[in-house]
Design a protein around this ligand. Structure first.
Ligand code: ZN
Length: 117
């Protein structure tokens, strides 16, 4: 944009007269360089915005596909085949401290009579 020296109105590049007041614009090369670089920056920002929007749309598409595959196409996973743990109504921390004695029965030797307890 080229600023008007009379009223300050911003005019597009390549205009000879101000669009607001009609004064002849004195275009300095510096103004043109600044205007072109500013327009390019705006264009670059717009491209970034559109690129980001496209990426968002593509991401949403893949997310939707994943959800459809998960719940519509692939059957639900079977539950684990582990029986539920029953502590008999007490928490594991409250289990008795005394260890349970496990007596190994000695195998009777051949010919020896089995003692009865
Ligand atoms: Zn003007």
């Amino acid at each position: 944009m080229i600023p008007c020296q009379a009223c300050g109105n911003q005019n597009p590049i390549a205009t000879r007269y101000c669009r607001k007041c009609g004064a002849k614009l004195e275009v300095k090369p510096q103004d043109v360089v600044e205007a072109v670089s500013r327009d390019n920056a705006d264009l670059s920002a717009q491209r970034w915005f559109e690129g980001g929007r496209s990426a968002l749309i593509i991401g949403m598409f893949f997310l939707t596909c994943a959800l459809v595959l998960r719940y519509a196409v692939v059957p639900p996973m079977p539950l684990a085949d582990v029986p539920p743990v029953d502590f008999g109504g007490i928490l594991p921390a409250e289990l008795p401290k005394t260890p349970v004695k496990v007596e190994a029965k000695a195998k009777p030797a051949a010919g020896e009579a089995v003692k009865k307890p």
